[in-house]
Every structure is written in structure tokens, then in C-alpha cells.
Write a protein that binds this ligand. Structure first.
Ligand SMILES: Cc1cc2nc3c(=O)[nH]c(=O)nc-3n(C[C@H](O)[C@H](O)[C@H](O)COP(=O)(O)OP(=O)(O)OC[C@H]3O[C@@H](n4cnc5c(N)ncnc54)[C@H](O)[C@@H]3O)c2cc1C
Ligand code: FES
Length: 503
């Protein structure tokens, strides 16, 4: 077994109480049904309810236990490096809208906190994107120049409170961080009342557009004039969002740190192999969070290695030696770096989506709520065109081609990769794909020796799942669905479990 340390649960979840909203036991009618109780869904629900609409948030699990319950929770418009590229890609005017909308989202969060006196460790911090390599310094300088041009609070610095030298960093002033669950639990608790609801443990399986729309769940039906699908990746295949974005999984570890030695601010490295760093209040001191080691979902089996590498980094750079928590989650990366927020397809009049936050959903999930509220109320919003979910997407870029080829390879190649072993070869604590009677079986033997076998075919679009050793889950490399070791769906887009299989 692994030497992983720390509780395998998100600090945000472990440090707050579990919610207890009831499931949908009778059909109801509301103005807006919102599928998914993460930051996008709960922000939209809050704003629509404030605007006088009745809403029903429908959550398959417990609210804020999806990606939003596992984030790093930096609330910033500094998204590693984006502005110099964005100006080249979409022009200065649109890049400006991106900058403004993300800044507006920070202020929206701050205003909720202030108006409702939300006790969520909200604090203003500077955000930094840094490099340790002088070879990358020009990228940093270009980003500062682009950000300043767009009116962002950016500057170039070469000294920070990190306990190691850097070559340079982009610094944004007056950004923010918070305890994401304390913030969102407050919003969630304010929703039920006066014809509005939050339903938990209720999985949406189908949505039929009409007047009203029918939201069909594994229990009863919700009728609504408008529907927002805020399930991270839309559970509906129309709109092809599974092909316009890809799921990326990353890891976080948390260690107690002496406040005198803790860095002040929120930090992220640039490039592919970066670390994301922040602190948060913890008991009578501080917890240091370090995230990173990202990869496409379902492409890595030895996920324990990822945590060990983060631990080594934390020891080496921050001198911490015992770890309190470790957890992991995934988000949808959009190929053009912009989220998709708006109508599901040009043919849908009442179904809306919000996805493709590319690991910056604290602001982009908030933007989604602000923008979708306006679209549903028929209010003009300057960000609508930029984030239009039906916009033509530049599919043919080197990145999108590679990612789609990867998906295709899994779809076709996976069918051929039966390992020819029998379930008797699966050791205790091990998960393995095996071929039995020419069927691909996902087999896991628990520590007590009990065998759990399910079909390895993902019910979403038929790819073959892959074992994730640290999480003890079956992860789909195609569009990121994840299933427990015994096949229960724990992350969409799949709305179904892996089929039970006889061994
Ligand atoms: C490691 C990591 C660190 C990150 N750190 C940051 C950060 O510091 N700052 C930042 O801005 N962003 C960060 N992000 C990104 C951010 O956390 C996400 O973009 C954001 O939380 C996504 O919110 P969401 O509402 O789309 O999804 P979720 O929070 O996942 O909400 C979707 C909900 O829909 C539910 N659902 C799914 N299917 C169904 C169904 N069929 N029926 C009913 N309900 C369903 C799910 O259970 C879930 O609760 C990070 C992401 C990762 C992976
Ligand atoms: S998530 Fe789409 S095929 Fe598995």
C-alpha cells in the first residue's frame, strides 16, 4: 500500500457540516430549474431568486461536494498567463471584457459577503503568477504589459514572500480568497422558501425543452420555464461540449505551516508543471495548500505518485513535514480558454449551460450566475457574445486536435486493450481491467479480498474506464466521468452507473 499521509478529504468539506436538503419526492413547478449545486448553479439560483424568480436547485449528491467543494478557492482575474494570448486571439476589446467580467465577479463575491455578512474567511490578497526561470521572463513581462493595457491592477515584481527566489512575477493587487464551502453553504441555505427549493440526492437524467421544460430525475419531475445545466460538464450531449473542452484532474495537499514562515498572497507557477499555493486559517494557525500535478482524467493510474511529488515539493520549498489533508478534483478546460455560458444550442430557447471554466471557476462560475440571470430576465449583458456557448469554436488548433485524437484513440483503442487476465489475478487493493467472455470488465479486489466487478464500458459514450489508485475509482479518459470502485457514478457527464457484471 501507499505511504500517503493526510486525511483523504477536502479541507473545505471536512471543516464544515454536511447539508441535509431533502430529495425531490413530489413533482414541482418553478420559474427556473438549476441542475448542479456548485458555484455556477448556486450563484445563478441566488441571483435569480433575488430578482423575484422561483428556483429549484437539483443536485445528484450533496451540494458543494463536486468540483467547487475541492477547489483551491482563489478568487482572482489573474489566470496564470492569459491576457497577452487573449489579445492576440480575440483582440483587445474582447480581452477587456474578459478582464472586466472576472474583476466584476470578484466584486460580486465581495458584495455577497458584505451584504449577507457571510463568515467565510474572505480576505483580500495579491495574486502572483511566477517563474523561477529567467528564460520565461519575457512571457511574464508581456503579460504585465497586456494586463496594464486592459486596466487590470498589474505590476511586475521580482521579490515575493515565497521562501525561494523567483526570476519574476505578474502581481495583481486586491484579489481575494475565501473558504469556498462556508461561502456557498450560506447561499444554498438562503434558497429554499417562497416557492424555491434545493433538492439533494436527486439525479437529473433527461431534460425536455418545451413550455414548460420537463426536468426528469431519478425520482420525480420538475417543470420550469427555463433550465440551467450547471453540472460542470453539461450532462446533455447536444451542444457537443464534451468535444469543445476536456477534463483535467489536479491534486492538492495541505500542511500546517508556522504563520511566521507562511507566504503572504496567492501564487501560481507558469507553464505546464506548475504549483498553485495559498494559505487558509486553520485552528489557531494556518494551513498551506499546494496544488498541481495535473493531467487529463483517466490517463494516469498511479495517481498516488502525484501526491508524493507534491509532498516532496512542500518539504523542499516550505520545510513542512506533516500533512493534514490531500484531495483531488477535475475541471473542464476549453480549447479557446473562454468559458461557455449561454444557450445550449441555437435551437434551444429555454435551456442554458455554463462550462469550460479551465480551473478558474470561482470567478467564471460567478460570471455564469450573473450572465445567465440577465439572459433569463431578458437583460442585455455586454459579456454575452464573448462567452456565447454556441459560438464557433476553433476546433482545429494543435491542442484541440491532440486532445480529440486522444479521445478517439481511447474510444477505438480501448476496445482492443483487453488484458487477457482473469479476475483471480487481481490482488487485494488492486483495480484492473480484465477480459471475461470477450467482455471488458473493471475488477477491484478490496483489502478484505472481496471482488467487485462492473462493466468497464462508460455509459456516457462507450469509452473504457481506467483505474485511479489513490481515489479507488474508475475514471473515463474520454470526457471525465468517474465511478466508485463498485460502479456508482461520482462525476458526470454520465448520468448512469457502470453496469453490474457477473465474474
Ligand atoms: C484542483 C483544482 C483547483 C482549482 N482551484 C481554483 C481556484 O483557486 N480558483 C478558481 O477560480 N477556480 C479553481 N478551480 C476551478 C473551480 O473549482 C471550478 O471551475 C468550479 O468549482 C466548477 O464549478 P461548477 O459549478 O461548474 O461545478 P461543480 O462544483 O462540480 O458543480 C456541479 C454539480 O453538478 C452536480 N451534478 C452533476 N451531474 C448531475 C446530474 N445528472 N443531476 C444533478 N446534479 C448533477 C454535481 O454533483 C456537482 O455538485 C480549481 C479546479 C481544480 C480542479
Ligand atoms: S465520459 Fe464520455 S465516454 Fe466516458
Amino acid at each position: 500500500m501507499s505511504d500517503l499521509s493526510g486525511k483523504p478529504i477536502s479541507f473545505w468539506i471536512d471543516s464544515t457540516s454536511t447539508t441535509n436538503f431533502s430529495s425531490l419526492t413530489n413533482s414541482v413547478a418553478v420559474d427556473v430549474a438549476i441542475i448542479g449545486g456548485g458555484i455556477a448553479g448556486l450563484t445563478a439560483a441566488t441571483l435569480l431568486k433575488r430578482a423575484g424568480k422561483t428556483v429549484a436547485v437539483i443536485e445528484s449528491n450533496r451540494v458543494i461536494t463536486g468540483v467547487s467543494g475541492h477547489t483551491t478557492a482563489k478568487v482572482t482575474s489573474l489566470h496564470q498567463l492569459i491576457y497577452a494570448d487573449l489579445i492576440k486571439q480575440v483582440g483587445e476589446k474582447k480581452a477587456q471584457l474578459y478582464a472586466e467580467s472576472n474583476q466584476a465577479a470578484i466584486e460580486r463575491v465581495a458584495k455577497f459577503v458584505e451584504e449577507e455578512q457571510i463568515d467565510c474567511d474572505f480576505s483580500r490578497k495579491s495574486a502572483y503568477s511566477f517563474t523561477e526561470s529567467f528564460d520565461d521572463l519575457q512571457q511574464i513581462k508581456d503579460e504585465v504589459e497586456a494586463a496594464v493595457k486592459l486596466g487590470l491592477p498589474a505590476s511586475f515584481v521580482q521579490k515575493t514572500t515565497l521562501p525561494f527566489a523567483i526570476a519574476g512575477a505578474v502581481k495583481f493587487d486586491n484579489q481575494a480568497q475565501f473558504h469556498v464551502r462556508k461561502y456557498l453553504l450560506h447561499l444554498a441555505k438562503r434558497i429554499p422558501d417562497n416557492g424555491s427549493y434545493v433538492f439533494e440526492n436527486t439525479r437529473v437524467q433527461k431534460i425536455e425543452e418545451g413550455e414548460p421544460c420537463q426536468v426528469i430525475t431519478d425520482r420525480e419531475t420538475v417543470r420550469a420555464r427555463d433550465v440551467i445545466v450547471a453540472t460542470n460538464l453539461p450532462i446533455l450531449d447536444q451542444g457537443l461540449f464534451f468535444a469543445k473542452a476536456y477534463p483535467k484532474r489536479s491534486y492538492i495537499i495541505a500542511a500546517r505551516i508556522d504563520p511566521a514562515k507562511a507566504p503572504e498572497g496567492m501564487f501560481i507557477g507558469i507553464g505546464q508543471n506548475y504549483q498553485s499555493i495559498r494559505t487558509t486559517p486553520y485552528q489557531d494557525g494556518l494551513l498551506l495548500l499546494i496544488g498541481g500535478e495535473g493531467h487529463k482524467v483517466g490517463t494516469v493510474s498511479d495517481t498516488e505518485e502525484r501526491y508524493l511529488r507534491l509532498e516532496a515539493y512542500a518539504r523542499d520549498r516550505f520545510g513542512v513535514d506533516s500533512f493534514e489533508y490531500r484531495w483531488s478534483t477535475q475541471d473542464m478546460y476549453s480549447f479557446d480558454k473562454l468559458p461557455y455560458i449561454g444557450k445550449l444550442t441555437p435551437f434551444n430557447h429555454h435551456i442554458y449551460v455554463a462550462t469550460g471554466f479551465s480551473l478558474w471557476g470561482m470567478t467564471k462560475g460567478t460570471i455564469s450566475g450573473m450572465l445567465l440571470k440577465d439572459l433569463i430576465l431578458g437583460i442585455e449583458n455586454p459579456w454575452a457574445e464573448l462567452y456565447d456557448a454556441t459560438r464557433a469554436t476553433p476546433f482545429v488548433t494543435p491542442t484541440s486536435l491532440k486532445e480529440n485524437v486522444d479521445v478517439g484513440v481511447h474510444w477505438v483503442g480501448d476496445r482492443l486493450k483487453g488484458l487477457g487476465t482473469s479476475v483471480s489475478q487481481v490482488a487485494n487493493g488492486q483495480g484492473k481491467l480484465v477480459t471475461v467472455d470477450s467482455k471488458q470488465i473493471a475488477a477491484y479486489r478490496d483489502e478484505q479480498g472481496t471482488l467487485h466487478v462492473v462493466s468497464a464500458v462508460c455509459p456516457h459514450l462507450g469509452c473504457i474506464v481506467n483505474w485511479n489508485s489513490a481515489e479507488k475509482s474508475w475514471d473515463c479518459p474520454c470526457h471525465g466521468s468517474r465511478f466508485s470502485y463498485d460502479g456508482k457514478v461520482i462525476h458526470g457527464p454520465s448520468v448512469k452507473d457502470l453496469e453490474k457484471s457477473a465474474n
